[in-house]
Design a protein around this ligand. Sequence first.
Ligand code: HEC
Length: 312
Amino acid sequence: MAISNSVVALFVAAVSLHGGFSHAAPVSISSKDIGGVVTGEKGPEAGVWVIAETIVLPTKFTKIVVTDDKGQFVIPELPNANYQIWVRGYGLVDSPKVASRPGKLLKLKAVTAPSEKAAAEYYPGVYWYSLLEMPGKGEFPGTGDKGNGIAITMKTQNAWVDTVKNMCQSCHALGTKGMREVPEVFSKLGDSATAWAHRTQAGQAMPYMALALGSLGPEKTFSFFSKWTDRIAAGELPFAKPERPKGIERNAVYTMWDWASPKYYQHDAISTDKRNPRVNANGLIWGSPEESTDLVPTLDPIKHVAASVRHP
Ligand code: HEC
């Protein structure tokens, strides 16, 4: 479920960034592209993202590419607009934004993260999720609220892990910033387990979360999850560092549109049929807001226009 305030459609196209220019030659671009090179303290920065974003189109629009081993990049086929461009990557913090337009070549400076902590802010949620501890094998089967707090229907530690993965984690990635940090509105209500009890009951998905929490044993779950967020608040960092994209992972162009309403849930979006991805080429992208509204959000990926259709 999309739990952020805005809904983003993400399209990934595998294209070769090397087609138009050789490694030794400077980047060559068309009047629709922005290209250039990213360097850091130690020279070219390979495998970092270059992000172009604009708010002048009918939807907020972002295109992202990855630098090659020479730090070179091309952001292809941009709609005609002014863009903010910046560099993001593992080991870095976001570089200052530079204003530019299609047809320009840029020399961008990557900014090395001043600390491990600053770098870790950019790690995927799963790196933070892996710090979460769980009840030991010996605590299973659970003995209920009058016993160890684990539900009596939880027979094994595997069943616990499975519930966290397939219930909690199927709706939202647990290690993301919104999950690993407890907002003050909840933390001021008492100890951290109490804050967790409140934060999982504050929104429209509360009944589903109560179902998952009930099947684990709520008090026990709050104690484990709150210890996890306490350790993170105290400065604990992920055990491992993510690697930068390499090989064909660098041959990607990500296009994102910000569309639909922050008031409803957008659960899914569909543009075609995976059995025949030519269906509906360049057609509308349809959103699915589950039962949260009768309005079906649509996105025109060519004109960058978001609209909605009222469901009968
Ligand atoms: C059916 C989908 C669903 C399931 C299952 C689910 N959640 Fe959620 N969760 C949401 C949604 C949606 C939100 C956003 C707030 C809302 O709508 O209630 C949310 C919000 C949260 C928040 C953020 C609250 C804040 O601080 O703003 C936490 C923490 C959380 N969930 C933890 C859990 C845990 C732990 C589990 C498993 C025991 C779980 N959730 C199961 C959908 C789900």
